[in-house]
Design a protein around this ligand. Structure first.
Ligand code: GMT
Length: 378
């Protein structure tokens, strides 16, 4: 098939999922056209079936806010017509689903049909999409999509309840490419990070408020007062400054390394003992699943779709949002008992294995086939 993928190209769950999906589809022989404003950061190597179409923006002085949605709709029309797209798959509803709807309408006036598949990822529903001014557009574009998927059962329920969507929604979970995420032997690297055999905790995110980086630091601070430990903070974003300030206030900076944005996150996970995800809200928690694929158990909150990934007392532990004492106590339970930790490592890996890309990709292919058949029959 000839598939258009619209996504955010930046560090962030939905862009990562969209890019990895596109790469895997290309491997299976589909032609995949990424349509976005910058080359997706994980689209880093050549493949004969992968194409990138940049959405330009107009700097006309009248525009305080350059009309990205219009430019995107126009680009989708262009790529659909001249590359012969069979389907366009948009990741993150805002503004991708409404731009795709507009493109579809424009194409229809020219005698072309373009089925639209929308995948909802999280904050497009739980946070940004709930904004009163945006919400009618989100509801409309979900209803108008030819197929809608969510990354967790929880997000599906949230979408139905909040947006009163009547359209059927399929749950297609996020996935892991085990060609990339695997147990790596990085003993020398671990020695550099934890020279005296300290336990290594890790958190990776885009450092937005919803991630509660402060709770990761507070949890770690309780842990390292009990046992020698180090914390790796991977990523960057608006909360970085306040996170650094908190380290100073707690006097724990020498035990924490801010690594900034890193591409080879699997190498950092390979030297880690526990992953911290104290998020306020998380529709899926892809970063936690990536850790589990590297056999790193997860201490997370029990919010949103996280319990669908992180099984309490099995692949890690879950606690209420903000309950850093419980998160630290559970972390210490594991870090003090090597044999327990190794059982949890195994369970985390097994759980991640059930989300391997080979299981999930056919679900998307089935959706593409269904919508193209439906549109052709209409
Ligand atoms: O919050 C982020 O990390 C970014 C956001 C996005 O859409 O770019 O992530 C959401 O989508 C990810 C991929 O499906 C999920 O793993 C994250 O749980 C989800 N984030 C939230 O729900 C806060």
């Amino acid at each position: 098939m000839n598939i258009g993928i619209v996504c955010y190209p930046t560090y962030g769950g939905s862009g990562v999922v969209a890019t990895e999906l596109g790469k895997a589809l290309a491997e299976r022989g589909h032609k995949v056209h990424f349509i976005t404003y910058r080359q997706p950061f994980r689209l880093d190597s050549f493949h004969k079936n992968l194409f990138y179409h940049e959405v330009g923006s107009s700097n006309y002085p009248l525009f305080e806010y350059p009309p990205y949605e219009t430019a995107l709709a126009g680009k989708i029309v262009d790529v659909a017509r001249f590359e012969g797209l069979d389907v366009v798959h948009v990741h993150y509803a805002i503004p991708h689903a409404s731009a795709a709807f507009m493109a579809k309408q424009i194409l229809a006036t020219k005698g072309f049909s373009l089925p639209v598949v929308t995948t909802l990822h999280g904050t497009d529903i739980t946070l940004v999409g709930k904004d009163e001014t945006i919400s009618p557009v989100v509801t409309f574009s979900i209803e108008q999509s030819d197929a809608v998927t969510t990354v967790s059962e929880w997000l599906k329920q949230e979408t139905i309840e909040h947006f009163k969507v009547r359209k059927p929604i399929s749950v297609i979970p996020n996935f892991i490419d085990f060609g990339r995420f695997k147990k790596l032997d990085k003993a020398h690297f671990r020695k550099a990070i934890a020279p005296d055999g300290e336990k290594v905790l890790i958190h990776t995110s885009n450092f937005r408020k919803v991630k509660r980086i402060g709770d990761a630091i507070r949890t770690f601070d309780i842990v390292r007062r009990e046992i020698p430990a180090k914390l790796l903070l991977v990523g960057d974003g608006p909360e970085r400054q306040s996170a650094e300030k908190l380290c100073r206030e707690l006097g724990t900076c020498e035990h924490i390394t801010f690594l900034g944005k890193q591409d080879a996150v699997e190498e950092l996970l390979a030297v880690s003992d526990l992953f911290l995800m104290p998020s306020e809200s998380e529709s899926f928690g892809l970063a936690a699943l990536e850790a589990m694929a590297c056999a790193v158990p997860v201490i997370s909150t029990n919010t949103g779709g996280l319990p669908e990934i992180n099984r309490d007392a099995e692949t890690g532990f879950t606690a209420n949002v903000g309950d850093v004492e419980t998160m630290a106590a559970r972390a210490l339970d594991l870090l003090r008992d090597d044999s327990k930790l190794s059982g949890f490592r195994e369970a985390a890996y097994e759980q991640a294995w059930s989300f391997r890309i080979e299981n999930v990709l056919p679900m998307y292919e089935a959706v593409y086939e269904q919508v193209t058949a439906d549109v052709a029959a209409a």
